[in-house]
Ligand binder design. Structure first.
Ligand SMILES: [Zn+2]
Ligand SMILES: [Zn+2]
Length: 96
C-alpha cells in the first residue's frame, strides 16, 4: 500500500492525498511536480528512477487507510542532483 506522504521531500510543499501535483518513484520518494520535472528532469535524485503521478486514494477508502502524516524533508544537493539528472535523463527509465 502506498504511504501517501504529506509533502515534497525537497521543497516541503504540502502534497495531501487529493493533490494532483504529487510525483513518486518506485521507492515512493515523493516530490511536487515542479521539483520532479523542472528541477530533477524526471530522474529521482536518490535512486535515479523515473517519476509518475501519485494516484489519489478515493475518499471512501482514506478513513480506513489513512495517508501518512510523517513529513520527510531532506532537501537535495542540487549540484549532485544535476549531475545525476544529466547522466540519466536521456536514458529511458526501463533501461536505467
Ligand atoms: Zn517540491
Ligand atoms: Zn527514488
Amino acid at each position: 500500500m502506498l504511504e501517501i506522504r504529506p509533502n515534497c521531500e525537497h521543497c516541503n510543499k504540502d502534497l495531501p492525498n487529493t493533490s494532483t501535483e504529487a510525483m513518486i518513484c518506485s521507492f515512493e520518494c515523493t516530490y511536487c511536480k515542479t521539483c520532479a520535472t523542472d528541477l530533477f528532469d524526471n530522474v529521482c535524485p536518490s535512486c535515479s528512477g523515473n517519476f509518475i503521478e501519485r494516484p489519489i486514494r478515493p475518499s471512501k477508502m482514506i478513513e480506513k487507510y489513512p495517508a501518512s502524516e510523517t513529513r520527510i524533508f531532506k532537501p537535495k544537493d542540487l549540484k549532485k542532483a544535476k549531475l545525476n539528472s544529466e547522466e540519466y535523463k536521456n536514458i529511458l527509465p526501463k533501461n536505467r
